[in-house]
Design a protein around this ligand. Structure first.
Ligand code: KE4
Length: 431
């Protein structure tokens, strides 16, 4: 790997205008040391930085690129749409076409509203849940991340945890007071809140497959238990499927686990790499959203034709074969990372779910935020640097998921495991 001199110069310049030199904190490499690599281009499973270094990419734009970077057909479709206009600020057929396709894949979404990010989706879902129930409090799980709307920045995962600000300054105390915290995979913690706050909770929002503590899967009965508890207490169940939507199955986590939430939030894959979020669910709830109802929510670029075109292209290619290949390679990668750690005598727990993987540098199983936080982040940082030096680009944080795409081949996974064997040996010398 060439010394990333150009990236370092660009980072110094970027910090003069962009806070921290980036437009999203987790990109800044603060958790793993060094300065971030500036990317010039990407194709398939690889990215190339401005110094000409090429890497096998497992960030994949944090999840949207299930078909890989810049598939030829997607680029052609976006270019074609751009020639017809980039944004109208008026309805276009593309919006309800994508909405109908989302509903065909996720039938619980009887109505869909497009927005431009997962943050907007989760923020709007919380608002309509409060309006529908007439209640104010929202239950979230420590370590889960639902974007950066004020109420969700309480013990939030992803970049908030990476940077050590899981509860962000600037969130007004009354807003934070309406956010109640439960423990992931711990139904008793939710039950206790439902009892203590009877009649006050509008919704429970959950990542049905958690990706923002690193990957943590739901334990047997957890999601069903949430469905039972929320129904019993007249609380809406909101699945934040911004990561899991279309990731492990075309129907999202809700189709894998057979749970019907009242509302669902989507992002990432739904936009094929362009800015698209969506929220939706039961018609009787969603018909409260303006202009059908009084709950206001709006967006200049919501449903814009380029993003809708990219979303349609992306969702039209979610085939059973794609998921079979992704799951097989995800297992290959998970097993390879575990073997590499064993060979080096490094304590590692590898959590995997289909094409999402997280290697946790810890000896005990990771099932919630506390067990995730027990991971040795210094070891992860050493591993990350060792992988970068060997042409592999993992997420620059222990508390994120690795993503595979249709463009990742068995050869890519083999190269990654070979790099991991060497990187793990280096880690074993530092811990
Ligand atoms: P965006 O506003 O970043 O599009 O989506 C927020 C969001 C909501 N819900 C879930 C489950 C999410 O994972 C996210 C965003 N994910 C992070 C990565 N774990 C985005 C990366 C970043 O913050 O730069």
């Amino acid at each position: 790997m060439r010394t990333p001199v150009r990236s370092q110069k660009l980072f110094a310049r970027a910090r003069q205008i962009l806070p921290g030199g980036v437009d999203s904190p987790v990109r800044a490499f603060q958790a793993v040391g060094g300065s971030p690599l500036f990317i010039r281009r990407a194709s398939g499973a690889t990215i190339e930085d401005v110094d000409g270094n090429r890497f096998i990419d497992y960030v994949m734009s944090w999840g949207p690129l299930i078909h890989g970077h810049a598939p030829r057909g997607l680029v052609k479709a976006i270019a074609g749409a751009a020639r017809l206009g980039t944004s109208f600020g008026a309805p276009s057929p593309l919006e309800h076409e994508l909405g109908e396709r989302v509903r065909a894949l996720i039938p619980s979404m009887e109505r869909v509203r497009f927005v431009s990010s997962g943050t907007e989706a989760a923020m709007s879902a919380a608002r309509v849940a409060r309006a529908f129930t007439g209640r104010d409090k929202i239950v979230k799980f420590a370590g889960c991340y639902h974007g950066h709307a004020d109420g969700f920045l309480v013990k939030a995962g992803s970049g908030a945890t990476t940077l050590g600000v899981p509860t962000s300054p600037g969130v007004a105390r009354p807003v934070a007071a309406d956010t109640l915290l439960a423990r992931y995979n711990d139904l008793a913690s939710v039950d206790a809140l439902c009892e203590a706050q009877a009649g006050a909770i509008a919704a429970v929002i959950v990542e049905p497959i958690a990706g923002n503590m690193g990957l943590v899967s739901p334990t047997e009965g957890f999601l069903q238990g949430l469905r039972t508890l929320t129904t019993r207490h007249g609380i809406l169940l909101v699945f934040d499927e911004v990561i899991s939507g279309f990731r492990a199955s075309a129907g999202g986590a809700q189709s894998i686990f057979g749970i019907t939430p009242d509302l669902t939030c989507l992002g990432k894959i739904i936009g094929g790499g362009l800015p698209v979020g969506a929220y939706g669910g039961r018609a009787d709830i969603m018909e409260m959203v303006a202009p059908a109802g009084p709950v206001y929510q709006a967006g200049t670029l919501s449903g814009n034709p380029l993003a809708m075109t990219a979303g349609l292209w992306s969702l039209k290619r979610l085939t059973p074969r794609l998921y079979k290949d992704l799951a097989r390679r995800g297992s290959l990668l998970a097993a390879g990372l575990a073997d590499a750690a064993r060979a080096a005598g490094v304590r590692l727990q590898v959590n995997a779910f289909a094409s999402m993987v997280t290697p946790f540098f810890t000896s005990s199983p990771v099932r919630d935020y506390d067990s995730a936080l027990a991971a040795n982040t210094a070891a992860y940082s050493a591993f990350f640097r060792g992988m970068l030096a060997r042409g592999v680009y993992p997420p620059p944080s222990q508390f994120e998921a690795w993503f595979l795409s249709a463009a990742h081949t068995d050869r890519h996974v083999e190269q990654t495991v070979t790099a991991a064997r060497a990187a793990m040996k280096a880690v074993s010398r530092t811990i």
